[in-house]
Design a protein. Structure first.
Length: 190
């Protein structure tokens, strides 16, 4: 197979799967790579995937595909080269989002707010109802009620880590409050 045919097939195949690849895969890197490895990978991939190399084929459709691939390479390089953006990208990648679009950034911000503020921890409407009641109980130091409402909320969101963390916290506070109020003499005052 000659070089031009191989290049055309390569561009067509990569264009077909580019939306399924995350930035690390686009740059042929592991997600746990060192920050210093990224710049070299960006240069290497930009050289081999530059649209000017494909323009020699004379096929406008393949050239458009090469432009899309190159733009995605550029996007991946810009995102992963900046350590702060890379950390944000790693967060949204963990939730299954492959690109740093405006929607993805909004989702990442929402996830960060959830972590910072327990008010935003629930996403299911029924779980949110019980979660808000649990937080109200927590503020009122009604730890048994807080525990019960968190357990109800967890029925709707069983994998919610924030709720699980708060459940343990509420159980601990309830146990502490019970031992603090414990009267070993059980005296009745009439």
């Amino acid at each position: 197979m000659d070089g031009k045919a191989r290049m055309q097939i390569e561009v067509e195949v990569l264009h077909g799967i580019i939306d399924e690849l995350n930035y690390y895969q686009i740059l042929c890197l592991d997600s746990d790579c060192l920050q210093g490895e990224i710049e070299g990978a960006v240069r290497r991939e930009n050289r081999s995937r530059h649209p000017d190399r494909v323009a020699a084929l004379g096929d406008d459709e393949v050239s458009k595909m090469a432009d899309v691939i190159y733009q995605r390479l550029k996007e991946a390089g810009e995102t992963l080269s900046d350590p702060d953006q890379r950390a944000q990208y790693d967060e949204i990648l963990a939730s299954g989002i492959l690109r740093m679009t405006e929607d993805a950034m909004a989702l990442a911000e929402k996830e960060r707010q959830k972590a910072d503020n327990p008010e935003h921890a629930a996403s299911h409407p029924k779980a949110e109802k019980y979660w808000k009641m649990a937080l109200k109980d927590w503020r009122e130091k009604n730890y048994k009620g807080c525990t019960m409402n968190i357990q109800f909320a967890l029925n709707f969101e069983p994998d919610n880590e924030i709720m699980k963390e708060w459940l343990e916290k509420a159980k601990g506070a309830a146990d502490k409050k019970a031992t603090d109020n414990h009267n070993p003499y059980k005296l009745r005052i009439i």
